[in-house]
Design a protein around this ligand. Structure first.
Ligand SMILES: [Zn+2]
Length: 372
């Protein structure tokens, strides 16, 4: 410190140090009543405790007690055991492994489940679901997004983090759930190769019902082309069982020469289907195209003569007296949402485990040290 004009030296009579040493006993001067009042006033209006931006949301006494629960220890052990004590990120075996929460434990307690007592924590079985856990070594753990985020994030970050994540979950729950594709019909490969009448549309006469309403996308059949030199074609159709009205049919499905496989044709204009019984049907343009079927079921094959490519509507079937189940099925897009997974997965932004390598390379058990 240069001898600047206006600055006091450490031993100057007016320096702070000198003034405090002047007090004699204990080398301190007690606060005067006036300064105590001023100090008290200084705290007034300041955010204290929970109201302070530096308040650490998750680090309540309750939070610490939860980490001592047998449920918590069991959760840690189960995560480690499931992962065979191997870091799910770098596949390092043993060592300082951590059962890491994919969605932060404090976030689950405070925001998702709003747990207020130890008993509530014990009874909240979703809290102890090991799907939210992943085994990581210390190095990989330190690279996770929510690793000690309370420490790394500024108070301002924390102020924004929790409302934003809560908002993200809320938006996620509002999003329309993805629809799913499903099939109905006979999806097995029949044991019998069955020749079809040329210029006929044929159905087994057995009704199949979709699980949900939706729109018809395609029809698939297990077909063989016995011709070793030419491709041939088939068409597949779908009728309503009760009134034999045509729902839709595929355009030509090429069955390549000398092949046997599932062949799929799309149905134009994706007609609507409901939860009623349907008949599947097939037409071929050459006798070399054959279909697989099982000779089971107390039903009769029914067919109606027609010209290839013409789908009679409504169909007028004639029973043949032979029981068959053709390997034909329809694929549709259900209009209802897919059933919600139980429990629903957290939104991707909380989920840092999806891209991790799994399963671990070699199951092997190691001793480990539980983190406190
Ligand atoms: Zn690792």
């Amino acid at each position: 410190m240069p001898f600047t004009k206006g600055h006091n030296l450490w031993n100057h009579p007016n320096s702070i140090k000198t003034r405090f040493q002047k007090g004699g006993a204990g080398h301190t001067i007690p606060h005067t009543e006036e300064s105590k009042l001023l100090m008290g006033k200084n705290r007034q209006g300041k955010a204290v405790g929970k109201a302070n931006a530096s308040y650490i949301h998750g680090l309540t006494p309750l939070y610490h007690k939860m980490k001592s629960l047998p449920e918590y220890k069991l959760w840690q052990r189960k995560v480690l055991e499931r992962d065979n004590f191997i870091c799910r990120n770098c596949l390092k075996k043993g060592g300082d492994l951590t059962p890491h929460h994919l969605t932060a434990f404090s976030f689950l307690i405070n925001v998702v489940f709003k747990i207020k007592t130890l008993q509530e924590a014990k009874e909240c079985f979703l809290l102890w679901n090991i799907r939210n856990g992943i085994t990581l070594c210390e190095k990989c753990h330190s690279e996770t997004p929510n690793y000690k985020w309370r420490v790394h994030k500024t108070p301002r970050d924390r102020t924004f983090y929790l409302p934003l994540t809560a908002l993200a979950i809320f938006i996620f729950l509002l999003l329309p759930q993805p629809t799913f594709s499903a099939t109905f019909g006979y999806t097995s490969i029949g044991a019998t190769l069955h020749g079809l009448a040329l210029g006929a549309q044929q159905s087994e006469g057995l009704g199949y019902s979709p699980a949900e309403s939706g729109t018809l996308d395609s029809i698939t059949a297990y077909l063989k082309n016995a011709d070793v030199s030419n491709n041939h074609n088939a068409q597949l159709g779908l009728y309503i069982y009760s009134d034999n009205s045509l729902v839709g049919n595929t355009s030509n499905i090429v069955v390549p020469l000398n092949t046997t496989n599932w062949r799929t044709g799309t149905v134009a204009s994706t007609p609507a289907i409901t939860v009623v019984d349907y008949l599947t049907a097939i037409q071929i343009d050459n006798g070399n195209v054959q279909i697989y079927s099982d000779d089971t079921g107390a039903t009769t094959r029914e067919f109606q003569n027609t010209t290839y490519g013409t789908w009679t509507n409504p169909a007028s079937w004639t029973g043949s007296g032979i029981a068959r189940r053709y390997s034909i099925y329809a694929t549709y897009t259900a209009s209802a949402a897919a059933p919600a997974p139980n429990p629903p997965n957290p939104p991707a932004i909380f989920f840092d485990g999806d891209s991790l390598n799994y399963p671990p390379a070699k199951p092997e058990r190691f001793t480990y040290q539980l983190k406190k």
